[in-house]
Design a protein around this ligand. Structure first.
Ligand code: NAD
Length: 321
């Protein structure tokens, strides 16, 4: 990565900010583009002022221009938490479609490699378990989650069309649930919600009967996987996630234990089209990229809980709103 110039769209978001940081550490110059819809300049404030880092406020769905050379475009702009994409349905569809078109246009114009951040949500409520890249998915095209799932499916299709018909150097990563420090306490995803509730001593709200499963991947591992694919000529899609699978009730119990909380677990209504199971088959990432996750869920959750405690100072007041 040394000496390369990388554009990270959505770079002021949760995963994007770690990508910017890691790329700078590896000696790359980084242009971080974000409209701060769900991200914040705060996520990259420690990078501002470094000569190799540039933060550009821009909406990817508008005209996009970057002067100078670009070697790699990491396209991570998109609301990602269900609460966010349900609040911003049109914006989510637009950034997945028009934003991806613009990011691909930029990569093509510069002769840069392009990597799309796709998602396990392209598998929908999967009928195949664990999910392999060859599985086509089970998505309700008019359900509430479709604004995200279908936008990403379209983005995968567009990325593939640019590769096949225009010879663009592209790669697709299908990222499974990623967590870690810098997630917003109120972003609506299970881990920040459970940690916030546990630290506040509030009931931990598990949806449905809590038997639905997820596989959670620590952000450092996800970033390693993304950069391994970016540095290769693998086209993908390639699953990046941690295959350790747990039920939501188990996850809530683990977080309660790790925080030392006595919060009760409360079961609440399950969202429409919520996937029943989710676990990546990561054999392709292992064989093509030599990548596998290293951080076990308990260590990753410990680090995340520590960050939430520290960041929010006095959790009992700061987390309350
Ligand atoms: P995030 O919401 O923290 O980051 C997304 C960033 O994109 C934000 O900073 C937001 O402001 C920016 N953005 C949104 N629309 C934009 C637009 N039109 N123009 C410019 N910037 C825009 O989410 P995240 O969890 O960091 O996810 C990052 C990417 O990874 C997303 O593309 C998401 O689909 C993908 N992904 C994440 C996960 C996960 O578990 N976190 C899983 C699968 C895929």
């Amino acid at each position: 990565m040394k000496g390369t110039r990388v554009v990270v769209t959505g770079g002021a978001g949760f995963i994007g900010s770690y990508l910017c940081e890691r790329l700078l550490r590896r000696g790359a110059a980084v242009v971080c583009m974000d409209n701060f819809l769900t991200g914040s300049p705060r996520n990259v404030e420690h990078l501002i002022g470094r000569p190799a880092f540039r933060l550009v406020e821009c909406d990817l769905t508008e005209f996009v221009h970057v002067s100078g050379t670009v070697d790699l475009v990491l396209h991570f702009a998109s609301a990602a938490s269900p609460a966010d994409f349900l609040r911003h349905p049109i914006e989510t569809l637009k950034v997945g479609a028009i934003g991806t078109l613009h990011a691909l246009g930029l990569a093509t114009e510069k002769g840069a490699r392009f990597v799309l951040a796709s998602t396990s949500e392209v598998y929908g409520d999967p009928l195949e378990h664990p999910q392999k890249e060859t599985y086509w998915g089970n998505v309700n095209p008019v359900g509430p989650r479709s604004v995200y799932d279908e936008a990403k499916r379209f983005a995968e299709s567009l990325t593939t069309a640019y590769r096949v018909s225009r010879g663009a150097g592209t790669g697709i990563v299908r990222i499974f649930n990623t967590y870690g420090p810098r997630m917003r306490p109120h972003d609506g995803r299970a881990i920040p919600t459970f940690i916030r509730q546990a630290l506040l001593g509030e009931p931990i709200t598990v949806t449905g009967d809590g038997s639905q499963t997820r596989s959670i991947c620590y952000v450092d591992d996800t970033v390693d996987g993304v950069l391994a694919l970016a540095g290769s000529d693998v086209t993908g899609p390639v699953n990046i996630g941690n295959p350790v699978e747990m039920s939501m009730a188990e996850l809530a119990g683990t977080i309660r234990d790790l925080t030392g909380s006595s919060s009760p677990i409360r079961f609440v209504e399950r969202p429409v089209d919520d996937p029943a199971v989710r676990r990546p088959d990561t054999s392709l990432a292992e064989s093509l990229l030599g990548w596998r996750p290293r951080v076990d869920p308990v260590s990753g959750l410990r680090r995340t809980i520590e960050w939430f405690e520290e960041e929010l100072g006095s959790p009992r007041s700061a987390l309350a709103h």
